[in-house]
Ligand binder design. Structure first.
Ligand code: FES
Length: 130
């Protein structure tokens, strides 16, 4: 069904496996964003002392496109520094998914914007505490 709707195999796998869905108990940052469609994403970030990303999880009330985009986004930032992760673009995520339906492209934006918001809020908090 997803393939018929225009989802490529990697996107379908990300959606079915949902590897990074859920929450992180001792997260260093939790941020939430509401998309233009009204769906909600919450990102949990666990950051190492050297400012690299140890773990990320998402809670999502949203569509298959949103879930697959968020899962791909996590894979693209894990192990990277916070600043490098902030360079993540919608295009990077789209490439990892290979394809999702045109009308689902805003769901990629929501996943990336939520990630950026979490990283930026983490940086602001770290700055405030320094
Ligand atoms: Fe709302 Fe995809 S996130 S339609």
């Amino acid at each position: 069904m997803l393939a018929e709707a225009g989802y490529a195999d990697p996107a379908i796998t990300y959606f079915l496996e949902k590897k990074y869905m859920g929450h992180i108990e001792d997260a260093d940052q939790v941020s939430e964003k509401v998309g233009s469609c009204g769906d909600i994403m919450k990102v949990y970030l666990k950051i190492n002392g050297d400012n690299t990303i140890q773990d990320v999880k998402y809670e999502i009330t949203g569509c298959a496109g949103a879930i697959s985009a968020a899962m791909a986004a996590v894979e693209l930032v894990k192990g990277k520094s916070v600043d490098t992760a902030l360079e993540l673009t919608d295009g990077d995520v789209f490439k990892a998914l290979q394809n999702i339906p045109e009308k689902k492209h805003h769901c990629i934006q929501l996943a990336v914007k939520t990630m950026h918001q979490g990283l930026n809020e983490y940086k602001e908090d770290a700055r405030a505490q320094a």
